[in-house]
Design a protein around this ligand. Structure first.
Ligand code: BGC
Length: 417
């Protein structure tokens, strides 16, 4: 640092890319899209904006679920230098809105009729006290299983529909000498698998436990059963799972080392990036026992309030670009998610994307659509983090049994509220 000139040092401190200083007509975007599939999707957005004259200053902070990105964001805001646009999930958006930190996008939203085409479940997080404070770029869902077609065929070829089917397939994969379940031992990944297990024990149970945070349900017998199922899944994971990034777990399925991964549909972005085709190379199914239900999360871009009119204009341009129906199709085809607008046709999507769109629309009507706990759409970060702690401890064998884990979960959630 001693020899570094002052301007360069402060540019670095501000997180400015080496390409040059941030111009008012650029957007500086904080996000956690760093895997191959995610970066490919990000480029669709970057190129779209570039074509319209809005420059892009990249601020990537790796880590699924966005925990690390949210820590970096807090530091930037505390330093009085928030990025202009930030990828955010659910309750985090509402928290920043409550702090009055976000730009008001209502004029653009009204002119473009966002309230007509954004599903109500998403609007709950893109609006605050009647104002639009974020632009949703997609809808992901977490209750998916991505299975290698070759590994499934070798295991008998039957797509698992129930918990017992799932165990039978994984046993057969184990007997065939591959790792049945590709998993990365990081709290958000443990929690992603866990919420699939909870949902597989019933939609009422998921809602009572993870949305309503009912203490008796959180600490009850069914939750003990959920933890026992999680511990059973743990027996199908390889020895090196600890700390593994989610996209490396996807790669294990892609290259035939493992049979399946339980992960949100951003995993499909990795399969697609690797040139894999649904139905031929891999199979996408809902977590067995959760057919008809969807646990969703939506990536939205919130804009941090700016005073410079050129910077404000760049934010509006970005919000408009995100909400463009043609862009929503192009982006989500690559990302693995589905559009955040209800009026985008499914024609450009592969079979998993088409299924994702259909499942979402049906769950929305049937009452089977719930916010994902692991991805910030069921409860605020304090509760989410408490759930992460207990689930990860349970996955790593820190409780005597499922019942003790359930008791710990009820206590941790109560303490976090
Ligand atoms: C985000 C996805 C992202 C995934 C893994 C999720 O929380 O919603 O967009 O691909 O984390 O990084």
């Amino acid at each position: 640092m001693k020899t570094m000139n002052k301007g360069f040092a402060s540019a670095l401190a501000l997180g400015v890319a080496l390409g040059g200083p941030v111009r008012a007509e650029d957007v500086e975007v904080l996000h956690w899209w760093t895997s191959g599939g995610e970066a490919a999707a990000l480029n669709v957005l970057k190129d779209d904006l570039g074509g319209k004259g809005t420059g892009w200053i990249d601020m990537p902070v790796a880590g699924g679920g966005g925990e690390a990105a949210m820590t970096a964001l807090r530091a930037r805001v505390t330093a009085g230098d928030p990025p202009t646009a930030v990828q955010m999930l659910g309750f985090d958006i509402l928290d920043w809105a409550e702090e009055d930190a976000l730009a008001d996008l209502t004029a653009t939203a009204t002119a473009e009729g966002w309230d007509q085409i954004v599903p109500t479940a998403l609007q709950a997080f893109s609006t605050y006290e009647g104002k639009w404070i974020a632009a949703p770029v997609n809808v992901h869902s977490t209750n998916w299983v991505w299975i290698s077609k070759a590994a499934l065929d070798a295991a008998g070829g039957k797509v698992p529909e129930t918990w017992d089917d799932l165990i039978a397939v994984m046993d057969a994969m184990k007997a065939n000498g591959i790792t049945p379940l590709a998993h990365g031992g990081q709290p958000w990944q443990d929690a992603t698998v866990f919420e699939g297990v909870v949902l597989s024990l019933g939609t009422d149970f998921y809602k009572a436990a993870l949305v309503d945070l009912d203490p008796a349900t959180l600490g009850g017998e069914k939750m003990a059963e959920a933890f026992n199922r999680l511990l059973k899944l743990r027996t199908y994971v390889d020895d090196n799972f600890s700390g593994r990034d989610w996209n490396l777990a996807s790669a294990m399925v892609i290259n035939g080392e493992a049979g399946m991964q339980m992960m949100g549909d951003w995993a499909k972005g990795e399969f697609v990036k690797a040139g894999k085709v649904p139905g031929t190379d891999f199979v996408c199914i809902r977590f067995p026992g959760t057919q008809g239900a969807v646990t969703f999360n939506s990536d939205q871009f919130a804009m941090f309030a700016q005073t410079d009119p050129a910077a404000q204009d760049a934010q509006v341009q970005m919000a408009k670009a995100i909400m463009d129906p043609v862009f929503q199709s192009a982006f989500n085809v690559v990302k693995g998610s589905v559009p955040a607008r209800t009026d985008v046709p499914d024609t450009a999507f592969d079979d998993c994307g088409k299924k994702g769109m259909k499942d979402l629309a049906e769950a929305n009507v049937s009452g089977g659509l719930f916010g994902s706990m692991a991805h910030g759409h069921a409860a605020p970060a304090s509760v989410k983090n408490a759930v992460y702690d207990v689930v990860t401890a349970a996955f790593n064998g820190e409780y005597a049994d499922g019942a003790s884990a359930a008791t710990a979960l009820a206590e941790a959630v109560a303490a976090a509220q």
